[in-house]
Design a protein around this ligand. Structure first.
Ligand SMILES: Nc1ncnc2c1ncn2[C@@H]1O[C@H](COP(=O)(O)OP(=O)(O)OP(=O)(O)O)[C@@H](O)[C@H]1O
Length: 340
């Protein structure tokens, strides 16, 4: 069952992250033939202070690559082809790909990145407290006693018993390890948190606990969060705004409530129509076809081969992402598909 995040009046209008025309491609070489996998293809978005922004889309649509690129955490074969990523920390602009040293300084202190499967980053042969020391001590500028006092306080605020610091990861459940990973990522009170599938691999009850924890941390610190998951119910639970990615492109964006209530793009309509509903046992309709191969994506609108509303124009002209209703949408037939 869906629980939409309670809408809160957002007074923060300051932009903390601005992504402009970002393109990031995997440069592949298969038996001497080089190919580009266009995983992030011309994405423009902005995130405000104190906002939770969720990125949704099916597997292989480029969600993880997008937030990896935003976090400045790219490695070959991935490369940024064009565009920019700029944070605004403590009132100062930080160009992720133009100022690598400043970016290094900003990590942990202003920006924290919870990677997919990060609950497994805790070293299995060392007690949990070493992870806090290794990752956070250098960034907090506190003496030893004050540092550990701060860590314990932080854990308690998040409802965790500080005695977990003396545990080994294998003594803890997956849910507890994920809560610790979130505690670790937020102990320096960063202004911006990037999280990739923070609740995948957890069972539903633990998932709800972890989501509540993320929301609580964000509200306490007034930080902004961008997170990725393919699970629309997670977006419904915590995102203030949601961005829908299809084949490396942002195709729709808007306040979560509006996107769920009145999706504009036929792909978003499909995602919402596929959600299970209490008491409804009818089979959900699958989308025809497969997600496109990003080294040879369809021309013009990338969704057109699977779109029930496609017309000639969709096959020849790429629809730009334009303001519509309370958000933005990239579709020549926006607003015409209905949730079933
Ligand atoms: N290291 C890599 N080398 C080459 N191609 C990659 C690499 N990582 C991802 N890709 C390709 O980039 C595209 C986008 O993948 P990405 O992992 O960003 O999608 P995703 O939406 O996050 O998927 P998932 O939900 O399954 O994690 C896919 O076509 C994928 O095969």
């Amino acid at each position: 069952m869906l629980h939409l995040a309670e809408s809160q009046p957002r007074t923060d209008t300051e932009t903390v992250l601005s992504v402009e025309n970002l393109k990031a491609y995997y440069q592949m070489n298969y038996f001497g033939v080089s190919r580009e996998v266009r995983a992030v293809d011309d994405v423009t978005l902005a995130i405000r202070r104190n906002e939770i922004y969720g990125i949704a889309g099916e597997s292989s649509s480029g969600k993880s690559t997008l937030i990896k690129t935003i976090a400045g955490a790219i490695q070959p074969p991935l490369r940024v082809v064009s565009g920019s990523v700029t944070f605004n920390f403590a009132g100062k602009p930080l160009d992720v790909y133009g100022a690598p040293e400043a970016m290094k300084d900003a990590r942990w202190r202003h920006l924290s990145y919870i990677m997919q499967g990060s609950m497994n980053v805790l070293n299995p042969v060392r007690r949990v407290k070493h992870a806090f020391h290794d990752f956070a001590f250098a960034h907090m500028g506190l003496a030893n006693t004050a540092f550990w006092g701060r860590v314990r306080e932080h854990l308690k605020r998040l409802g965790l018993d500080p005695r977990v610091l003396d545990s080994y990861p294998h003594q803890l459940s997956g849910g507890m390890r994920q809560r610790l990973t979130i505690a670790l990522a937020t102990v320096c009170e960063p202004e911006f948190i990037i999280a990739d599938e923070p609740t995948t691999a957890l069972d539903v009850l633990v998932q709800q606990d972890v989501l509540a924890l993320i929301k609580d941390v964000q509200q306490r610190m007034g930080s902004s969060i961008i997170f990725v998951t393919h699970d629309m119910t997670v977006h419904a639970a915590i995102a203030d705004r949601i961005g829908i990615v299809y084949a490396g492109r942002l195709v729709e964006e808007g306040p979560t409530e509006d996107v769920f209530a009145k999706p504009q793009h036929p792909y978003t309509v499909h995602l919402i129509s596929s959600l299970p509903r209490l008491g409804d046992v009818t089979r959900r309709k699958a989308l025809p076809g497969k997600p496109p191969n990003l080294s040879d994506p369809p021309a013009a609108c990338r969704f057109h081969p699977r779109c029930p509303l496609a017309v000639d124009r969709c096959r020849t002209e790429n629809p730009p992402l334009v303001p519509r209703a309370s958000g933005r949408v990239a579709c020549w037939r926006a607003g015409e598909a209905e949730v079933s």
